[in-house]
Design a protein around this ligand. Sequence first.
Ligand SMILES: C[S@@+](CC[C@H](N)C(=O)[O-])C[C@H]1O[C@@H](n2cnc3c(N)ncnc32)[C@H](O)[C@@H]1O
Length: 503
Amino acid sequence: MQQALEAWLEAAARGEGRVGAARAAAEVDAGRPWEVLAHAGLLARCRVELAEEDLGLTRGLKLRKPDGAGVIAVVRAGEPYPAWDKSGRRSRGAFDTPPEMARETVARALDVARVRVQSGMDPACGTGTFLVAMCEAGIAEVRGSDLDEAALAVARVAAPDARVERADALEPRGIVDLVAGNPPFVPPERQDKQLRERLRARFPWLRGRFDLVVPFVAVAMQSVRPGGVVSLILPAAAMVQNYGAPLRRQLAAHHHVTHLDGPMPFPGASVDVVRLVMVSEDGPAMVADTGVHAEELLRLEHVPLVSSMAPGDVALVEKVRENSVPLGELAVVDTGVVAHGIHGSKDRLIHDEPAPGRVCYADARGFFAGERRWLEYAPDRMHRAKRPEMFERPKIVIQRLRGSGPVRAEIDRDGVYVGHTCTVVTPEKERVPLERLLELVRSPLASGLIRIERGARLDLYPRDVAGLPVPRTWLEQPDMPLAEAWGIDEHQQARLGQLGVGA
Ligand SMILES: C[S@@+](CC[C@H](N)C(=O)[O-])C[C@H]1O[C@@H](n2cnc3c(N)ncnc32)[C@H](O)[C@@H]1O
């Protein structure tokens, strides 16, 4: 790393900028592709900053005093140095894949391909990890593209036999036998508005708050010949969330999912990922290791692609749904108030003391800890103001994000206005007993059902809560167990119970 870093610093000091400095660092390790990726790959993801004072850099590019522990290079005041570009990486979705993960992703694809794999492509290749893995696996013609010139400069050195160019992965460019890679995970709030509109026009089926990986996968499928393979690292959410449902429906209906590994953590990113391997135009077929056929999966509204799905699960979900109405038909289900305004910050609206015009308020953490604050309820000054009756009537308050932890929910009869970290359930009619709905929301059986339909996370957005199945008979009969009302047998009950507690 030291030599690559020194080469970067010298090139930057000569005024070569981010791209030239990344290239100079890569050339130090030329001929040793994995070292190019480990050293220059890291430097390519940095911004060029000017040191305000003398500083030292560690192997992991941490800033220290020039004589600090682990310092491998010293930068003098006024000279350029590589600064870790956290926000730039996030907006570009630039997270580089560990070598072993890339190798395995390519190896699995080669195992299942129905054609001889002679051409491979990573359309968002970054610094070239998958290009190196594909060349190493003996694929004759390897192509890569990306939008980031500094990353491409490194990829050209790491994989000199690959054809590397600056191009948009969302524009199809020819047909290959294999597409392998780790596309940019870019959630809607980090996407360019115009790009979103263009993508919606091009893919009219794109739904809701889609991640950029959704159109990316669609284009990847169009870029592979029948019998060829698409083998990708994707955010686990795209395999279960509503926004990915139209894509999953197409995948399950036309292609053969041969591997579905994970969810697993991805170094440096806050989201879990899965490895999805699909043989093009070879479906519908049995889905990876689940023992569930895609035809069966297609009967579920959200077509979840989760490795925990097991034989019998689809029939179980169907049985429950057949005997129930969605909670959303009995109650208003919505997110709490976004208590910061277009014209004022949150702190101007939320106070520690009551006063005329203020209502009792809590965010999720405060609500469940019994802490209350005071909100100036001013719908015209708030972003997404809600209807007061939603808070003032007796309701169930649910913590929206629980990750893998159990569902957290309570009844509130005090008219607390809760923040948008909560999901609120307000029954439409007095006769829907809140205690019964709370029992359903908190039930491990309901959690098990969510896990079949939405994977391991128990995050409860309004859509998830509104979809909870309320058995018709159960509401009226206070002693009836939930499983009986759903009409499921002992095995099915045990399956839900086991999934519900996260086993
Ligand atoms: C998650 S990184 C993966 C890089 C590489 N495939 C790997 O696995 O190490 C995603 C890459 O997509 C690139 N990218 C973002 N939007 C793109 C687009 N529209 N077309 C091509 N590349 C894009 C980013 O610059 C980044 O290098």
